[in-house]
Design a protein around this ligand. Structure first.
Ligand SMILES: [Fe+2]
Ligand SMILES: [Fe+2]
Length: 201
């Protein structure tokens, strides 16, 4: 059963359905259905962790808003909005979060910093993450269609302790990047250092 929230807080200037329609225009069907599942998982995690449901819905829906924009769009935005020039050394995997948040602000008129930070940090995590940021980071990782070795363990750990889920993901993402010879964005390493040793026992 899909939960459909009514938005009250005027965080997004429109209804949930209007926001969903904007996403449908930006994303191919596969990605669009992923964001709907992330929204639902974010709502479940929000309910378990005393996080505002409306923010969880909006952040879950918009976290991949910019995923299908061209590299040229991102490069232009990094320059126009004077973001960290080091971002130019990375690619879509990093840009769709960090730069995507700027596009969300300007195109969807969502200015809630907790939501924008949840988008910015959904791929890399961060040293400090609010409960909403943790909810979106984990919902993206464990939504029902995710299927990778360890996903059931990730779901179990997250259901028990949201922060332990964050540590699990931070460790496994870094392992994956290193094992596959992929670039490690410095923030991913900072996230590892901030979260993983704390949860070792
Ligand atoms: Fe993403
Ligand atoms: Fe995603």
């Amino acid at each position: 059963m899909v939960t459909e929230l009514t938005y009250h807080a005027n965080i997004f200037p429109g209804t949930r359905q209007e926001l969903v329609d904007q996403l449908a225009k930006q994303l191919r069907p596969k990605r669009f259905h992923h964001v709907l599942r992330v929204e639902q998982t974010a709502l479940e995690l929000a309910a378990q962790n005393n996080v505002d449901a409306e923010r969880a819905s909006i952040a879950g829906l918009v976290h991949d808003y910019a995923k299908q924009r061209s590299d040229d769009d991102f490069i232009a935005a990094i320059k126009a909005y004077r973001l960290d020039p080091e971002l130019l050394d990375y690619g879509n995997a990093i840009w769709h979060g960090v730069v995507g948040a700027e596009l969300i602000k300007r195109e969807l008129h969502i200015y809630d910093e907790d939501i924008l930070n949840a988008v910015r940090h959904h791929t890399t995590g961060d040293v400090y993450m609010t409960p909403l940021e943790q909810v979106v980071y984990m919902a993206d990782y464990i939504e029902p269609a995710r299927d990778f070795p360890g996903v059931d363990e990730a779901r179990r750990i997250t259901a028990k302790d949201l922060g332990a889920g964050v540590a699990f993901q931070a460790q496994h993402t870094l392992l994956y990047l290193v094992e596959n010879g992929l670039p490690v964005y410095p923030k991913s390493l900072a996230t590892f250092n901030a979260w993983v040793p704390r949860y070792q026992r």
